[in-house]
Design a protein around this ligand. Sequence first.
Ligand SMILES: NC(=O)c1ccc[n+]([C@@H]2O[C@H](COP(=O)([O-])OP(=O)(O)OC[C@H]3O[C@@H](n4cnc5c(N)ncnc54)[C@H](O)[C@@H]3O)[C@@H](O)[C@H]2O)c1
Ligand SMILES: [Zn+2]
Length: 381
Amino acid sequence: MTNSNAATAAEAEPHTTTNGSAKLAPTMRALVKSKDQPGLWFEGDRTLPTGSTGTVGVPGPTEALIRVTMAGVCGTDRHIYEWDQWAKGRIPVGIITGHEFVGEIVRVGEGVTRVRVGQRVTAEGHITAGTDFSSRTGNAHIARDMRILGVDRNGCFADYVMLPQDNVWPVHEGVPDKIAAVMDPLGNAVHTVMSAGVSAQSVLITGAGIIGLMAVTVAKAAGASKIFVTDIDERRLKLAKKIGADFVFDPREGDGWIDTIDQHTPGDGCDVLLEMSGAVNAINTGFRALRHGGTAALLGIPSKPFDFDLAKHIIFKGATVLGVNGRRMWATWYQMEELILSGKLQLDDIITHTLPFEQFDDAFKLMQSGDGIKIVLDLSK
Ligand SMILES: NC(=O)c1ccc[n+]([C@@H]2O[C@H](COP(=O)([O-])OP(=O)(O)OC[C@H]3O[C@@H](n4cnc5c(N)ncnc54)[C@H](O)[C@@H]3O)[C@@H](O)[C@H]2O)c1
Ligand SMILES: [Zn+2]
């Protein structure tokens, strides 16, 4: 591969300097956690991101500066907006939030070889130095030194974001912007489904939120034989059915749904549980619905520790339990790209709203009311 600072980029693009870098305004729009209280604050004149060498707007040797065109709003951003216990303990005040996006590379460092100016890209928001045991043994997604975009370092709710080239994922031309902007949560769904293995298996998905719904369409595309879904929101259950679920249940109506799963599976329960709610009741009943010898892949994060019958649900059942964190780098990304390009995923109904960047407040309100599922902010204008 050639260095992306190539003169050809400058020739092709009149708004670039001689080394291929774009001439940029000194400030940008950004959504900032400015105060130690609920809310996010819009800044119109934030300085551009600083590169690893400490210069504003200039990528370090192996970094890329990306102009963000669309950004996905995540449950994590909602935690930061609402300023709950987790957010207060984790998020540094002053940080630019956001970690799901698509954009275009405008500047690269002199040592960048893997990506180039002008490329349409998204990124893996989990950043590691690549030197710890996990990173060096093919498990960078669980690296101990992991820092998260928009959580531990300035994120993508801004006109520009700076990232190491190793975290940048060039987007295939067949992937629309709106989908590229949400490859982070889609990757969570793909990672969970693929780690459990669902081909010709009956699958229970507890929680039909953003990732649970994505998991429904991914599991269907990956060949699940039957898909059962639970949620406490009728609208989400309806959507789950529309995009591939065979049976949907509202657990507020009692535990009878567990018997229904038994009746529709040969092995007294589902083969696979994908837990995507983090709700204690969903975890406990999900394990009850899992057959002996089944596999549970757990993605949902409970808000606090809770009582769980380990002997009954895992040991005597001989269950295989997988903790799922982030996305495998880069196996999940390749699988995700193939799935999107196959045309088998039904994602359009999950992305319920696209709003101008300045209307971020409406995005959070839509999430809070449940009227919106995945909301994408448009920064292109
Ligand atoms: N492990 C990871 O890497 C990772 C990454 C992203 C998100 N998460 C976690 O995954 C979970 C899902 O994320 P999301 O963005 O889809 O969240 P979401 O809020 O969109 O979805 C959660 C869904 O669970 C449903 N739910 C609540 N109580 C339920 C119950 N008792 N039974 C069934 N469904 C119930 C809600 O109605 C909602 O639709 C969250 O817990 C989130 O924190 C984990
Ligand atoms: Zn996210």
